[in-house]
Design a protein around this ligand. Structure first.
Ligand code: ADP
Ligand code: MG
Length: 856
């Protein structure tokens, strides 16, 4: 067998431990990749694939990136969810006997990047871990390394609940046990787009005791240990900067399942996956990146406690009334940098002087913020003002020590101000004096030699020298200087005196740079001690930012402060916060809604495109806005405090998954039925649409009855099964409402007005008309419809006007179309069409086909 070259052997050995990462193998000035790594990297990075002789018969696929620009390539790969193992040469190739020693020094992964240019400033960057326990519970740990923050949550009701919780969190990577069943792994990877890492060591380490001080459950400690052990093993760097983990009690917040998070487009839209068009887009007038991150957290976890919400309302109201002061507040916030991430980097030990200057400038805004907040006529805002404590000593330290324009590097001096440190001043003085002496020497020698162009210069190799051009050499007395270097048209000289001074200057400079570096590290340590204080300020500033954002948005869009009630929900002239923004010219039609003990289910009917879905989502969004402490889009709002919100969308409207089957729809409905309480809000939009009419209708009805009789959740149910409106008679707490559309001049006009009672007809054909289909075709469709309606009415009568279902009779009468032999095939086709199962577009297509046949 042909052997590998020694280097290739070394490569394969190291690669064996880095199976799920690209191995960046340092070879001189390049990081090289081989085999599959090379093939895949060449494709992902669009770089050239080459070959290298590895000792075997076939050469080895290879590609590489230059060491100095590696960061760009790493960034690209990390953004695509890959991991990169950096393998360095551990000795100078010149000194190496045999193959140069190499080791993996760091694993860069999507969840562990710290570099500012690889992080999205307006989003957290979580590495999470998941542990499962014998009792069926799961523990999730969220960690943002860039900030040093960790949160843990216990999920005791099964895997689905885990997914609901994880959905929409900015998790880039998740550490799991290799024992986690493969199907679950795949779900995490494919559905939630998370990079998985495997680590099974859950041993608690004493050195992390402080980090676990808030964790009051053994399972928390175990799960957190898995994450810490993984980080320690792969990152090979200190984790000193992590703060103690906090427990998130999920029962403390309104819970939104993942379907609701997605369907309600809270932080991103379904189709474009962007912020534009989401609730976040409307609510985000925050000034700082910290504010945006906090706003997202709030939207993800609306509150349940009335007092806490009212507190936010009070502050928003205060901000709302102080318009001038709020403008001042914006200005001050603009000068606040990302305190959270700055604190993270201080702790982590990778801040430079520029970061500390940013920190100083941010902290300098605190007195200004205090002053501005004190002006608002609202006790809670004044309390915020009092809580902002100015870290005067820290700011003084930074101000007296650091220059305002420091370089990026902390090892080249020019960081520390004059007057900060006596010794440093002496060195600088010495260096300055030396330079002064040299300048004087230049003058003196010019005069003595009468050579005007004589000059004293400096370079790194020869130090200080006196330069005389060849043309002037004859003016120079023999032996005045020692010759050092000959250039094409000049000679360079030195004198013992000059070298003596040079020695002093260079020493002083070297010492001062060295000293500056150490002083900088000292300052950094001082700042480190203030991290908790900085984090506290960061938290307060973020809150202030979000609440001023609520005030600004509420003012711009004329939102009002809702009231909470225990009995009923009553919204007057409510609007959909996003759609009203997207539509121009105040075109949005406001609507009322009311739900209480007597009426907890609304059944909404109306033609396609009339506004049923909008009306339902409007309620959910309004509830969420209220429970995060924002004002709401209506003229009057009495709200209930919802504990959970569920939304289900019928298959035909489910644009996202597309292939969403009826089964999925039913699973989702079941999820709502199993978890909802009387304090929940359930939105069922066209449920049962994914199956045949009677099937769908029967299921829809059974679901409504279940909610009505057993769950008592506040529910809105939209349906295109007009037959279901008969339920109003049999279910006490169900009320029909409909969205009005009017026929005007043979065309349907959508008024988007929600009224009591049931809708009387479906307007599918009129929608087709709006789409400008030929008049002859529309006419034909109208007559078919008329025919079908007659027939449909008869079948409904057959079915006993649905009271048939209401009474729970076991059988549904089979409807049979009398198959008359004489009938034309077209008529037969027409008879079998069921308009209720079709979208207007499908109906049009079908009609088009029929008409074509008729013409043949
Ligand atoms: P449905 O669910 O009844 O088919 P949608 O709720 O999807 O209808 O609404 C269809 C379109 O009608 C929306 O995209 C929006 O442009 C418009 N619309 C809905 N409600 C209103 C309203 N209250 N005022 C103005 N336009 C509305
Ligand atoms: Mg709809």
């Amino acid at each position: 067998m042909v052997k590998y070259t020694p280097m290739m052997e070394q490569y394969l050995k190291i690669k064996a431990d880095q199976k799920d990462a690209f191995l960046f193998f340092r070879l001189g000035d390049f990081y090289e990749m081989f085999y599959d790594d090379a093939i895949q990297a060449a494709r992902e990075l669009e770089i050239t694939l080459t070959k290298r002789d590895g000792g075997q018969e076939d050469s080895v696929p290879m590609c590489g990136v230059p060491y100095h620009s590696a960061n760009n390539y790493i960034k690209k790969l990390v953004e695509k969810g890959y991991k990169i193992a950096i393998c360095e040469q551990m000795e100078d190739p010149k000194d190496a006997k045999g193959v140069v020693k190499r080791e993996v020094v760091q694993l860069i992964t999507p969840g562990t990047v710290m570099e500012t240019n690889m992080l999205n400033e307006r989003d957290h960057n979580y590495i999470a871990s998941l542990s499962h326990f014998d009792d069926g519970s799961y523990v999730i740990v969220y960690n943002d390394l860039s900030i040093g923050e960790s949160n843990v949550a216990l999920i005791s009701d099964g895997w689905d609940a885990v997914l609901h919780e994880l959905y929409n969190q900015p998790i880039k990577e998740m550490v799991v046990s290799p024992d986690l069943p493969e199907t679950l792994q795949n779900t995490l990877r494919d559905k939630l787009n998370i990079t998985l890492s495997f680590h099974d060591d859950e041993t608690f380490q004493a050195k992390y005791r402080d980090l676990c001080e808030n964790l009051n459950d053994k399972r928390f400690v175990q799960a957190f240990s898995r994450l810490l052990n993984y980080l320690q093993n792969t990152q090979k760097r200190s984790l000193d900067h992590l703060q103690p983990a906090n427990v998130i009690d999920l029962d403390y917040f309104l819970s939104l399942d993942m379907y609701s998070k997605r369907n309600l487009e809270l932080t991103e839209t379904i189709m474009k996956k962007g912020k534009h068009g989401s609730l976040l887009w409307v609510l985000d007038q925050t000034v700082t990146a910290m504010g945006t991150r906090m706003l997202k957290k709030w939207i993800d976890r609306p509150l349940l406690k009335k007092e806490e919400i009212e507190e936010r309302f009070d502050i928003v109201e205060g901000f709302l009334h102080g318009f001038m002061e709020r403008e001042e507040l914006w200005e001050a916030l603009k000068s606040v940098y990302d305190l959270e991430r700055l604190a993270g980097r201080v702790a982590f030990g990778n801040v430079n002087a520029r970061d500390l200057i940013q920190l100083k400038q941010s902290l300098e805004q605190i007195p200004e913020l205090k002053r501005i907040l004190k002006q608002f006529d609202q006790p809670r805002i004044q309390e915020l003002s009092r809580n902002l404590t100015f870290p005067e000593e820290l700011v003084n330290l930074l101000d007296s020590s650091l220059r305002n324009d420091p370089p990026v590097s902390i090892r080249e001096g020019a960081l520390i101000k004059d007057g900060y440190h006596e010794k440093l001043d002496t060195y600088r003085e010495a260096s300055r004096n030396g330079k002064q002496w040299i300048a004087e020497l230049e003058q003196k020698e010019k005069q003595a030699t009468n050579i005007k162009s004589l000059k004293i210069g400096f370079n790194r190799v020869f130090g200080y020298y006196i330069e005389v051009t060849k043309a002037n050499l004859h003016l120079l007395p023999e032996d005045r200087y020692q010759r050092k270097q000959t250039l094409t048209n000049a000679e360079r000289f030195i004198t013992p005196e000059l070298k003596e001074k040079e020695q002093l200057i260079l020493e002083a400079e070297e010492q001062s740079i060295d000293l500056e570096y150490h002083l900088f590290l000292e300052i950094r340590e001082q700042v480190k001690k203030c991290i908790p204080q900085i984090q506290y300020l960061a938290e307060l500033v973020s809150q202030i930012d979000v609440l001023q954002s609520f005030a600004s948005v509420s003012e711009a869009n004329q939102y009002i402060r809702p009231r909470f009630s225990n009995e009923r929900l009553e919204i007057k002239n409510g609007r959909h916060p996003v759609i009203e923004k997207v539509m121009k010219n105040d075109a949005f039609v406001p609507n009322d809604i009311s739900l209480d003990q007597e009426t907890n289910i609304l059944l909404i009917t109306g033609p396609n495109m009339s506004g049923k879905s909008t009306y339902m989502r409007q309620l959910a969004l309004t509830a969420i806005m209220a429970q995060i402490g924002c004002f709401v889009p209506s003229e009057k709002a009495e709200m209930l405090l919802f504990d959970q919100i569920f939304t289900r969308i019928g298959a035909a409207d489910d644009l996202v998954s597309g292939q969403s089957t009826f089964m999925v729809e039913m699973l989702e409905a079941n999820h709502a039925l199993a978890n909802a309480t009387e304090n929940s809000l359930i939105l069922l939009d066209e449920i049962g649409r994914g199956t045949s009419t009677y099937d769908g209708m029967a299921l829809a009805q059974a679901i409504v009855e279940q909610i009505h009789d057993h769950i008592h959740a506040k529910t809105i149910f939209s349906t295109h099964y007009h037959e279901l409106t008969a339920l109003e008679d049999s279910l006490d707490r169900l009320k029909n409402i409909h969205v009005r559309a009017e026929e005007y001049d043979g065309k349907v006009v959508f008024l988007h007005q929600v009224k009591e009672g049931a809708a009387d007809q479906s307007y599918g054909i009129h929608v087709a008309k709006l789409a400008d289909l030929p008049i002859s075709l529309i006419d034909r469709a109208s007559s078919i419809l008329e025919h079908l309606e007659k027939k449909d009415r008869s079948t409904i009568e057959d079915a006993g006007q649905l009271s048939f279902f209401a009474e729970g009779r076991p059988q549904i009468k089979e409807k049979k179309a009398p198959a008359a032999q004489s009938e034309h095939k077209l008529i037969k086709d027409l008879k079998t069409i069921n308009l209720f199962e079709m979208t207007p577009m499908d109906a049009m297509n079908e009609l088009y086909r029929l008409q074509k046949q008729a013409k043949e």
